[in-house]
Design a protein around this ligand. Structure first.
Ligand code: NAD
Ligand code: IPM
Ligand code: MN
Length: 364
């Protein structure tokens, strides 16, 4: 029973503040459920690595990380020092693409004790899963600038949709829908306006849907789909989307449940050839960094997703991973009902107080 090897990358800003709380709960839950871990930390971020070396990652990052079972990630980005596209394409987006983490799972749930901005919603009314394509689509490196600085300046950026890439994310999403009680799936599209890639996407949705006759599915243009997140969130179960649409929907969803500070994500390489990456949906939040007031729940919940996924590895203990996941989520729910809260939830507690309360609720 070898330990799971986990690379820990806190990153920048509040990433470095929520990570210790994530680790506190991760270690405790893993120990409780007999899931041995071996953690190794890396300081690859804007401050200091970029400042010292002029790059986000060392040259041998791929070989260094590829033997790990998972990457536990905080958030990267410090736009005052490094332009965002440089820091993000220099780390997080590279991991997603080079480690083929094509399925980005972003659960959205209204949790007990939390009052979101939508009037009259109860826990259970908002409980869906955004499945975001994570390696292609609108996030492409194909394009360029011409005639720079002149009146004729021209900028092109292509979106890339491959049969392989589209089919695998759709199958992944349909399979997840099949495992959920409601067995429903909504595919985000925009085939009325984006008239080349999105009709193709629609065609593949229809083809893959035929493989899953027990899943009830529909297709919605992403503009009205976004509006319905706000107006009728009960409608949604699994929502599958291309890279950019999935990015936007997975900030909007958590906003409907109160705060971005609780939204977790799993960037999965489902065939386990490479490490998968677990991180909050939110970023480094320079506006509140350094004050110790960030909500650590997204980071902590991401640890739960990680233990669940690790437990499902061949030869591992799936029941233990699932139990550790469920115990962490239950501890979060308990603290939300009665415990301290950070400011984004209307409280006054520090990041650390919330982390300690969740650890205590776990029985630490
Ligand atoms: P952000 O998610 O960092 O912050 C958006 C807003 O939400 C801010 O007002 C922030 O204070 C608040 N917020 C975020 N997380 C919170 C938490 N845990 N508790 C309480 N409030 C929280 O998004 P942004 O401002 O667009 O980006 C800031 C930096 O982070 C940029 O450099 C961006 O590129 C980067 N970023 C990184 C990741 C990542 O590494 N995965 C994700 C998103 C953004
Ligand atoms: C996310 C983030 C990233 C993305 C940024 C930081 C590049 O917003 O993980 O959702 O767009 O994927
Ligand atoms: Mn995002």
């Amino acid at each position: 029973n070898r330990p799971f090897r986990i690379a820990v990358l806190p990153g920048d800003g509040i990433g470095t503040e929520v990570m210790p709380e994530g680790l506190r709960v991760l270690k405790l839950a893993a120990a409780r459920h007999g899931l041995p871990l071996e953690l190794q930390a890396f300081d690859w971020a804007c401050a200091d690595h970029w400042l010292r070396h002029g790059r986000m990652l060392p040259e041998d990052w791929f070989e260094t990380l590829r033997g790990f079972d998972a990457i536990y990630f905080g958030a990267v980005g410090w736009p005052a020092v490094v332009p965002d596209h440089v820091s993000l394409w220099g780390s997080l987006l590279k991991f997603r693409r080079d480690f083929d983490q094509y399925a980005n799972l972003r659960p959205v749930r209204l949790l007990p004790g939390v009052r979101g901005p939508l009037a009259g919603k109860q826990p259970g009314d908002i409980d869906f899963l955004v499945v975001r394509e994570n390696t292609e689509g609108e996030y492409s490196s194909v394009g360029g600038r011409m005639f720079e600085g002149s009146e004729r300046e021209l900028v092109l950026q292509e979106a890339v949709f491959t049969r392989h890439g589209v089919d695998r994310i759709l199958r992944h999403a349909f399979r997840l829908a099949q495992q959920r009680p409601r067995k429903r799936l909504t595919a985000a599209t925009k085939s009325n306006g984006i008239a080349i890639s999105m009709p193709y996407w629609d065609e593949r949705v229809e083809a893959i849907a035929a493989e899953f006759p027990d899943v009830q599915w529909d297709r919605q243009h992403v503009d009205i789909l976004a509006a319905r997140f706000v107006l009728q969130p009960e409608r949604f179960d699994v929502v599958v989307a291309s890279n950019l649409f999935g990015d936007i929907l997975s900030d909007l969803g958590p906003a409907c449940t109160g705060t971005l500070g609780m939204a977790p994500s799993a960037n999965l390489n489902p065939d386990r050839r490479y490490p998968s990456l677990f991180e909050p949906v939110h970023g480094s939040a320079p506006d509140i960094a350094g004050q110790g007031i960030a909500n650590p729940i997204a980071q902590i919940w991401s640890a739960a997703l990680m233990l669940d996924f690790l437990g499902q590895a061949p030869g591992a203990d799936a029941a233990a991973g699932r139990a550790a996941h469920d115990a962490i989520v239950a501890a979060i729910e308990q603290v939300l009902r009665t415990g301290p809260r950070t400011r984004d939830l209307g409280g006054h507690a520090s990041t650390r107080e919330v982390g300690e309360a969740i650890a205590a609720a776990l029985g630490g």
